[in-house]
Design a protein around this ligand. Structure first.
Ligand SMILES: [Fe+2]
Length: 451
């Protein structure tokens, strides 16, 4: 298969790894803690066929990489999500769809897009769901990683679902939204812990934007309407459908989760892909996220400089206090998910000191109470993805657990799962689990404990 090596997102460790496989009893440097019993599922874009037109990093077919840990041993399995679009391409033996950087000139019977199922993967209601914000989730079998099909909450969800739902740690509910380029632009959804969609409500966001993530507190759901605007009329001129319109500013909507009323705040324009967390404090809401001054979606991947910011929204006075936490590049933010919506002390990020971009060289652990950060690197020519925190036990403390991340070793062209003690972050990792091949740089993942 020939892929365009001039595209940075089809080269190096962004290039697809097309082989599906299984590896057992992986080589381990160190010792895998016995308390870690479960699977770290990760997902990312992995184009099965060379793209028809120009490729954008967000377009590639989702591939799942599962690292299962049990009794101090590790195994690995990777599979494509077999979407209807990918199945059609496999029948045709070639790529059939357009993408974000180049829309198809003529639309085939399968439609203009395929559901890429490439962005996030979660365990929910005894199911494994691969998420993509332009369409429905895909359900997979947790062990075999076989694709079951799209999942629509028993025929209750008829629109797209964000790849960044949040679990309410008190109720186990799944909180999420969907967005689309035509009214209603944003729809709020709430599903119970058992797979029942119990609430859907349109939100008048006023502008058709790409809204990748949101954040929720105990009583509120918070939507940042950043001006990366869908202009579908651009398509006729062969231009990308997303346009940066800073004169629109950024609107922040805070929705009361009980009465669904929205309070709006207005700020200058910026973009956010990912939130770390948010929580209520007195009459304010504190929101930690990775802020980019702007977003250019006209290239092969997103460009910009994501940095950690804290906004404090005054729910009485209506003001927004903005604070930059660090000038380091920080992305793929994660907390201990048991604190989602409540006050966290620590945050973890993929990080770098480079001038810009989405290539990372380190992981940063930020202590928001002491306002300091520790940075960990595996050495030169190594690159981490998103770090995932796994607690030692259900009731253990915020630092009592491990940080799991998949690193690329550029010298050996292989990847490994690195397990760090969250409380002893800068020491040697407790275990490095070696794969025989590389895992392309991807997006998100989650730990699903063994049941
Ligand atoms: Fe994301």
């Amino acid at each position: 298969m020939m892929y365009d090596s001039r595209n940075p997102f089809l080269s190096g460790n962004y290039a697809p790894w097309r082989e599906e496989g299984d590896e057992f009893d992986l080589l381990v440097d160190g010792e895998i803690p016995r308390e870690l019993a479960g699977t770290l599922y990760r997902i990312g874009p992995n184009p099965h066929y060379p793209p028809r037109g120009r490729y954008h990093w967000f377009d590639g077919d989702g591939m799942i990489h599962g690292f299962t840990l049990r009794d101090g041993k590790a195994s690995y399995r990777n599979r494509y999500v077999k979407t209807a679009g990918l199945a059609a391409e496999m029948r045709a033996g070639k790529s059939l769809f357009g993408g974000l950087a180049e829309m198809p000139k003529e639309i085939g019977p399968e439609g203009p897009f395929k559901n890429a199922a490439n962005t996030n993967i979660i365990g929910y209601a005894n199911r494994l769901l691969a998420l993509w914000e332009g369409g429905l989730p895909h359900e997979l079998k947790p062990g075999s990683l076989e694709t079951v099909g799209t999942y629509n909450f028993c025929d209750r969800l008829d629109g797209p679902m964000t790849a960044h739902p949040k679990f309410d740690p008190k109720t186990g509910e799944l909180l999420f939204f969907g967005y689309q380029p035509f009214p209603p632009y944003v729809v709020w959804h709430r599903a119970d812990a058992n797979g029942n969609l119990v609430e859907s409500h349109p939100i008048d966001s006023g502008l058709p934007v790409m809204m990748h993530d949101f954040v929720a507190t105990d009583n509120y759901a918070i939507f940042f309407v950043c001006p990366s605007v869908f202009r579908l009329e651009n398509l006729a001129q062969g231009k990308p459908p997303l346009q940066w319109e800073p004169d629109k500013g950024t609107r922040i909507g805070v929705m009361n989760r009980k009465n669904l009323e929205v309070k709006w705040f207005m700020t200058d324009a910026f973009y956010v892909f990912h939130f770390l967390n948010a929580y209520e404090e007195g009459n304010s809401i504190v929101v930690d996220f990775c802020r980019m001054a702007n977003l250019d979606m006209s290239g092969d991947g997103p460009s910009g400089k994501p940095q950690p910011y804290r906004f404090t929204l005054d729910m009485k006075g209506g003001g927004v206090k903005q604070a930059q936490i660090d000038d380091q590049i920080n992305e793929f933010p994660r907390i201990d998910d048991r604190l989602a919506g409540f006050k966290h002390r620590y945050g973890y990020f993929a990080s770098s000191r480079a001038a810009s971009g989405f290539g990372f060289s380190s992981i940063t652990k930020r202590d928001y109470q002491k306002n300091r950060a520790e940075t960990f690197s595996l050495g030169p020519n190594t690159n981490p993805g998103e770090p995932v925190f796994v607690p030692r036990a259900d009731k253990s403390g915020e630092l009592d657990g491990w940080l799991l991340s998949v690193w690329y070793d550029g010298d050996n062209n292989r990847s490994e799962l690195v397990i760090q003690d969250a409380g002893d972050f800068t020491s040697k990792p407790v275990a490095r689990v070696k794969l025989s091949h590389r895992v392309p740089f991807g997006f998100h993942g989650n730990w699903v404990p063994q049941t």
